[in-house]
Design a protein around this ligand. Sequence first.
Ligand SMILES: [Zn+2]
Length: 467
Amino acid sequence: MLIFVAMLLSKNRIDYVLAHLGQHWLSNKGVEEAFVFVASNRPSPEGLKAKIVFPLSLEDQPGPQTICFEGEELLVLYPLSSDSDPFELDAQGTLWFRHDFLSSAFYLLSGMQEVQAKPQDAFGRFSYQQSIQKAYNFVNKPLVNYYFELILKGFMVYCERHGLSFQRQRLFEHFGFLLSHDVDRVAFHHPRLMAYRVLQLLGLKPSNVGKTVLLQHLRAGLRHQLSFGAVSDPWWNFSWMTALEKKLGLRSTFFFLSREEGQRNAWYRFNSRKIKNLITDLNTDGFEVSLHGTFRSVDDPDRLLKQKQALAKVSGLEPLGIRQHFLLFKHPTTFRVQETAGLAYDSTLSFHDHDGFRNAYCYPFHPYDFENDRAFTIWEFPLVMMEVSVLQYRGLGLDDLADAANRHIDEALRFGGLFGLLWHNCRLNDLEYPGVQLFYEQLLERIVAKSPQSITGSALLHCLDTF
Ligand SMILES: [Zn+2]
């Protein structure tokens, strides 16, 4: 491997991108030994025979340009010529890439845009609104997978010319379906919520539903309280959820949230009898129990470790994964905190305010530790879609959500990648969202009809060990 000069990309960063490219082909020494990396301000090396040349941009920031490849338009973040052809094989058998696909992939995969950005959201979250995905309209397209596809097509041409073997691989035969549930709230008829509804009814608190609906909720709450729990609570719907998944051959991951100062985190306790029994049942039935990190766990390793230990004590199994509550996240701090707590994967990253590919990649990946110029060891399993992003932040309806899910699944199918879906147990209540239960049931049925491999986070870790 020859390195002339690299600007945006250090040697470690190049290795980082190539390691992820390695998820898509069986790497071959004959190809790898031909790599040459050349800074774009250097004269093109002459007399190269049978090499593969990656030009590297000198720019810090992307300057996107659309190219056309095999009839499809593709946005390249670090273009280097007006040439639309992504690569060319010359008479000496050297393959020349025409744009800097390595920097383009690194910028998105590493999370560089959010490390450089100032969070604008009230909770300090990096949002879709400030992302390059919004600026260039590609949140639905896992661009990094497309860059890798294009690089591998170049390798294929090179291998044909030089009589080398070339073999692709994909993570899933069709796609992986990573269904999960954040257990934020478990009691719709919680006394605190009932009291709040009384205040709403009296006009003392804002409400986005009318008085008739508030009265219905209060009457249902009274029936629940007076029956001492014999009349079920619509947010304690776990047996309905798990029965549906079992019927469809699915297994999902449930992320449990700790209590913390203030009211934004859990109102239940891990060691209450009901939660203990629920966790035992989930573990017995092959669902995964993992951790939903509180607001303050985002940058507090001691706090996160305590939450993990408390859940492990109740579950009897070490939680392997985490999703941060509110999708609140500080890159790279939160990854470091999670890694320090001994967690093996995170699955927080889609945008809270838009579904789609936050790192433009539909495969598991290692985020980048910019302070130490290396990959983190923790895995990121991209979330892709939280129902709240579509229904609340984007203000769309259930049919729009189904269409968006189909688009994301089509991308996962194309690359043998992942479709991650988060649906909260507290958003499956027909009293609040009429028709949502039937919709959710049909949505899962339609996804299953596309022949995914249903996989929990912990099962995916196991799968990656042998991939
Ligand atoms: Zn949450």
